[in-house]
Every structure is written in C-alpha cells, then in structure tokens.
Write a protein that binds this ligand. Structure first.
Ligand SMILES: Cc1ncc(COP(=O)(O)O)c(C=O)c1O
Length: 414
C-alpha cells in the first residue's frame, strides 16, 4: 500500500507571512514561546459564522443549511456555527452527540439533525431514532427495514429520506455526474421499487430524497442547476408515488478557492436558486462542510530540523500526515507560510534553507509523510513555524493520529 505524494509545487513560492492574520501570528508566536514544540490548529469561529450567514442570507426561505460536522467537529466551531445554521448533518453517534450539544432541539421539535452514511449499523440507526433526528437519509432497502423495526419497537415513527445515486445529472463542471457504481444510496433505476417497499413498511414516514453528488464545486451556475435538478427529480418522483414531499436534501459540495481560483459566488447562487420553485411544504436542505470552515483554520507545526540531501532541502516538522493528511490524500498543492521565530538556544547550530525549493515533511518514519514539495522559500530555519492556511476543513479529523504515537495536534479557538 502506498500514499501518493502531493504534486510538486514548483515553481510556486510559499505564501508571504502576511497572509496570516495578525491575531494568528500573535497567538502562534505566544505558543512558540512556551517551550514545547508547536503543533496546533488555530480556528477563528467568527470566520466560519460569517460564511454560514453569507450562505443562509443568500438563499430563499425554503432552503435550510445543515453544516456537515465531518468537515470539522471541534466543539468551538460547532458552537460558533450553531446560531447561523438551521442544523447539522452527522454520520456517527459521536457527531450526533456533538451536534445535539451545540444545538439542542426546541421543545417538542425534532433534533435539528440530518444523518447519512453508507453503512449505518443497528446501534447507529437506533441512536438516530432515539434522538428523534429530523431525517435519517437511508441508503439501502435493508437500512429502511432496520429503521422500521427500531421505530416500531419504540412505538414511534421515524422520518426517512431515500438517498439516490442518480443515473446522470445534466450539468457539467466539477460535479460528479452520478451514474457511477458506489456504496452510496440506491441506484436511480431501482429507486421506484425501493420507494414502494418503504411505503409499505410500518414506523416510517418517507419525507423525501437525498442526493449528494457534488464535490468542491466552485461554479455557482452549475451548483444552481444541480439544485434545480434535485428539486425537479424529487418533485416528479414524489408525485408519481404519492409521497408528501417535505425534504429535498442536495448534500454538500460547495467548493473553496485556493490560490488563484475564483471563489464560489454565493449571491449568484442564491439568485439562481430563487428561480426554482419547490413544491409547497418541501424544504431544500444543503449540507455544506468544506465551504463553511476551510478558511477558518490554520495548521501550524514547528520546523524541528532542516536538512540538505543530495541537493534537495527538507524542512522536517513536529507533525505531518499524523496531523494533516489532506495534501497527500487529496493530491493537492497545499501551500505554506513560514513564520520566523527568533528565539534559539545559544551555541546550538541552526540549520536553514535559503532562497530555493524546499520540501516540507513530517515526523513519521515513511517518505509518504510529505505535506508540500519543492515550494520556493526565502528562508526557513529550524525553530521557525510552518503554517498552512485553509486547514479548517477535513484537517484534524482526516489525519492518521495514531501512527507512531506522537502527540496529536492541539486545537485552539482564536
Ligand atoms: C452526505 C454528505 N453531506 C455533506 C458532505 C459535505 O461535503 P462538502 O464538505 O464537500 O460540502 C459530505 C462529505 O463527504 C457528505 O458525505
């Protein structure tokens, strides 16, 4: 088994240190002064809250925003987002507990949570039914059957939506087009039959459909076309089967612009969405993860050593893919800023790399522990901090914390 190294960043230069907000720099330099090597995520909850407000305010009344907790489940982030979202999207009982703590149900109302996941076990489904979540997005006939049984045993009715893997979504761009074999949901050609069997199962209230077919889409036009397609497909299918359609969940997938890309145009998306008319009583749920939290987080790791090996320079960090695996697992250039730290023990040699390409690697005993390759830096010294912006989504949660057993990265709210 091997992990692909991230692509070479050459000929790119590292970010200038002033891409880091003053408050981030201040806090990191404080941490550097504490005497233990820095390995931390810093989060700014206000940035996440502002993103959520921006999206919520751009969308029509019939839309609801449920933040996908998997993107960043730190309680401080959930607390920051809670007042600005309609609810959360969860995939495990741990996420359910965090979500319900951050945003408890209003008296007499369901927990403001929707849930998805391709292999929900009986304990997970039981937890979701007992928590009375708004909707369980069911992903197979067996799952529907299990929810039905669990609900009946508890003398209750569970709201479920059927997750569908569309045969084709008629939009181009950076969307997955559907129609690919996957473990997610039910293939569209089988949806009618599964709907009919769900309608016969006791203890279920079939409220609608779930489709999550987009990923990192930066184009507002195609995302609005995708939303329209989900609404029209759900309305037609509901009409055909006599379903009282209340829930059309279009999943996540709004993208985040790294260097040089055009940001997702939220206002334009809202304008285009407003031209769609869902059936009366149907709520269109969006489950953004990355879009709400990518830019609220910074991953910072102290440079433990700088080495030169057969003409190449390496900055080796107190961290790596055990803290931040995104650049390798998503095969992306994730750029860095070097934050100089002046303090250094007297009499100790201080290796550095100056004005040339540097590869940033981690502390694990494998060459796969590489975060960024061949990025041009003015100077990086042992003891400086390597700081990766845009690390708020799929950062800490997505890392292989246990491999080698070094301490995990701290997580701090600014
Ligand atoms: C069901 C579901 N909803 C929402 C999301 C969030 O997606 P994103 O972070 O791309 O917005 C995911 C991500 O995997 C997902 O599986």
């Amino acid at each position: 088994m091997s992990i692909e190294l991230p692509p070479s960043a050459a000929p790119r230069s590292s970010y200038p240190q002033d891409v880091l907000p003053a408050a981030v720099r201040r806090r990191l330099l404080e941490l550097a002064g504490t005497g233990s090597p820095v390995a931390a995520y810093l989060y700014d909850g206000e940035i996440a809250a502002a993103r959520a407000r921006e999206l919520r305010e751009a969308l029509p009344e019939w839309a609801a925003v449920h933040y996908a907790v998997k993107a960043n489940s730190f309680p401080g982030i959930l607390a920051a987002l809670a007042p600005h979202v309609d609810g959360f999207e969860v995939a495990s009982l741990a996420e359910l507990a965090l979500a319900t703590a951050a945003k408890p149900a209003a008296p007499g109302a369901p927990a403001p949570v929707v849930a998805a996941g391709p292999a929900k076990s009986v304990p997970v489904l039981t937890g979701l039914v007992e928590a009375d979540v708004e909707v369980i997005n069911a992903e197979s006939p067996l799952e529907l059957h299990r929810v039905s049984r669990i609900a009946q045993e508890r003398g209750t009715t569970a709201r479920v939506a059927l997750r569908v893997n569309p045969a084709q979504i008629p939009v181009t761009g950076s969307l997955h087009m559907g129609g690919e074999p996957s473990q997610f949901g039910v293939p569209e050609p089988e949806a009618a039959e599964v709907v009919r069997s769900a309608q016969r199962l006791p203890g279920l209230d079939l409220v609608g459909f779930h489709i999550h077919a987009a990923s990192n889409n930066l184009d507002a036009e195609t995302h609005a076309t995708y939303l329209r397609w989900c609404v029209e497909w759900s309305a037609a299918t509901a009409a055909e089967h006599g379903i009282d359609l209340r829930h059309i969940d279009i999943g996540g997938g709004i993208g985040v612009n790294f260097e040089g890309e055009k940001p997702f145009d939220t206002a334009r998306f809202g304008e285009l969405a407003a031209a769609v008319t869902p059936p009366a009583g149907a709520r269109v749920v969006l489950e953004p993860g990355r879009f709400l939290v990518a830019d609220c987080g910074w991953y910072a790791a102290e440079v433990t050593d700088v080495k030169h090996s057969y003409g190449q320079a390496f900055a080796a960090l107190r961290g790596g893919i055990n803290h931040f695996q995104l650049p390798t697992s998503w095969d992306i250039v994730h750029n860095v800023a070097v934050l100089p730290v002046d303090a250094w023990p007297e009499g100790c040699p201080r290796p550095e790399a100056v004005d040339g390409p540097v590869t940033f690697v981690g502390e694990l005993c494998t060459p796969e522990d590489t975060l960024l390759r061949d990025v041009r830096v003015e100077r990086v010294r042992a003891g400086d901090l390597a700081v990766f912006p845009y690390a708020g989504s799929y950062g800490w949660e997505f890392a292989m914390h246990a491999f080698l057993g070094h301490p995990v990265a701290e997580r701090l709210m600014l």
